[in-house]
Design a protein around this ligand. Sequence first.
Ligand code: DQA
Length: 148
Amino acid sequence: MNILVINGPNLNLLGVREPGIYGSRGFEDYLDELRKRYSSIKIDYFQSNHEGSIIDKIHEVGFTIDGIVLNAGAYTHTSVAIADAISAVKTPVIEVHISNVHRREEFRHHSYLSPSCVGVICGFGLDSYRLGVEALIEMNKKDNKETK
Ligand code: DQA
């Protein structure tokens, strides 16, 4: 299996940025642990602060890999263009958030992306990404059974 984790704007500052909300661990460090835990899976990583680059990446991998775990950061609440990109590709996308966006400001309660995604995971800290990976693994197992 080949999975891509995409982080959107400001998530390059994890560990430094608002640690009360997002924790004090850097993402690269967490990613090491995730890759060790799922050593039979190829987990690639892409981070960008630019909407168009995120869209380009979704197009690039969205017809070949098995799944995308996407934390689009604030673009979640603004981007019809990223929603359209997710709908345009074949690869299933799981929307994740570190914080429980529904316990925060009202503008974070709406996601343009959720209707285009397979599912949404939020509020479990960095563990939200692992839960996203787990969901993709289970979906992949099911698909393999159905095609056999
Ligand atoms: C976030 C929640 C968003 O509202 C925010 O803009 C982020 C991070 C999260 O992971 O909790 O940048 O996606």
